[in-house]
Design a protein around this ligand. Structure first.
Ligand code: KG4
Ligand code: ZN
Length: 358
């Protein structure tokens, strides 16, 4: 590393949903300071993230979180090289807090501003795996998060082509809704996964929607309804009054998780096969899969993707579990935008909502 690179420092800010996070990352990727304030206790009584509550909590936490990251890194604002913030996609109020904080600090400290696509950052978490090659791109990218289930061709970290995605619920959303049906604690994905590891994945035959569809789209809402019918039968609404045995819960979770994972793995295998021999031109061929987002922390998904990679002979990189859920360290992708001189102006606005099709 050159002496200049050692002193080049990025402040990365993340506030797209319900985690307020900041990190100080050196140009060589070393994380000098980081802080995440989670909001789980604020939302658990509602069984999901309440956007208004999330925005207010970000507002209270954003400056202390940034301050903690800078203090940990022993860096003053004036010493920074650039400030990066996720401006899309996400909850409007949540995004706004991060973007306004980043713009204000960029103005006060006279630093360049870099805007980040949160989804691209989730995939970039794979580049941060210890032992990963210097460049994991080009690759097919799978994002599996609470809001998104999407496949991309990633030519570089910041040049992505959308292949397809869910037409209804995201994989993480389905995990969370099944957790709610079973009255499991919030956030639900990890709780479903815990029970699934002790259940029989063949106890229920849940649908693998669109698994035979040749395209790259997904659908998980039919699976969610099938789980609902398995638990209560059609017509009944009140999950809270149900008395479901622990064994049934474990079996429902295992069978549900198997259905989600089967579809994700099958779609990835097909996308890789299609791009491996593209036009028989080695220059266009891609034989590498990168996977990020909260659901990428799921052990069964990780295991089954690895088995598919071994069988089909493709290279696989899955974000480290601690970088699967939302964090600011994956904002290291901002260095790629810095190198490409892709800076944002102080007019930067948020692009909220779900991101489909691009
Ligand atoms: O990426 P993320 O932190 O936030 C979004 O950008 O959406 O993903 C959160 C999602 C939630 O739906 C959560 O239930 C799910 O990831 N999740 C999991 C696991 N850990 C988190 N789903 C399945 N298995 C897990 N181990
Ligand atoms: Zn996320």
């Amino acid at each position: 590393m050159t002496p200049a690179a050692a002193s080049e420092l990025l402040l990365s800010i993340e506030s797209t949903c319900d985690e307020t996070a900041a990190a100080v990352i050196r140009r060589d990727g070393t994380v000098l300071g980081q802080c995440i304030a989670t909001q789980e206790t604020l939302h658990e009584q509602f069984g999901g993230v309440v956007p208004e509550i999330a925005a207010r909590a970000h507002l209270e936490r954003i400056l202390p979180v940034i301050d903690t990251a800078l203090t940990q890194a022993k860096v003053r604002g004036e010493d920074l090289t650039a400030i990066a913030v996720a401006d899309r996609p996400g909850l409007a109020g949540s995004l706004l807090v991060g973007v306004v904080a980043a713009k204000t600090l960029a103005l006060a400290w006279n630093k360049p501003l870099i805007s980040l696509n949160h989804l691209h950052a989730h995939l970039y978490a794979c580049q941060l795996i210890e032992g990963a090659p210097a460049n994991i791109y080009p690759a097919i990218g799978l994002i599996v998060s609470g809001g998104h289930t999407s496949l991309y061709v990633c030519r570089t970290a910041i040049d992505l082509e959308y292949l397809g995605g869910t037409i209804d619920d995201a994989a993480g959303e389905a995990f969370d809704k099944v957790a709610a049906m079973l009255s499991l604690p919030f956030p639900g994905g990890i709780e479903v996964a815990k029970l699934a590891s002790q259940g029989n994945d063949k106890a229920y035959s849940f649908p693998r929607s669109m698994i035979h569809d040749p395209g790259d789209d997904f659908s998980f809402s039919g699976l969610k309804t099938a789980v609902r019918y398995a638990i209560v039968g059609p017509g009944r609404q009140d999950f809270a009054s149900l008395d479901i045995s622990d064994q049934v819960k474990r079996d429902v979770c295992a069978s549900f998780e198997a259905a989600v994972v089967d579809v994700l793995v099958s779609k990835c295998r097909r996308a890789i096969k299609r791009h491996r021999n593209r036009n028989n031109n080695p220059q266009n061929s891609i034989n590498r899969l990168i996977v990020g987002g909260g659901v990428a922390a799921n052990q069964r998904l990780r295991r089954d993707l690895q088995a598919a990679a071994d069988k089909d002979g493709f290279e696989l990189w899955i974000a480290p579990p601690h970088l699967c859920t939302d964090n600011a360290v994956m904002g290291a992708i901002a260095w790629k935008k810095f190198e490409a001189e892709q800076f944002a102006s102080l007019d930067l606005d948020i692009t909220p909502g779900l991101q489909r099709g691009f």
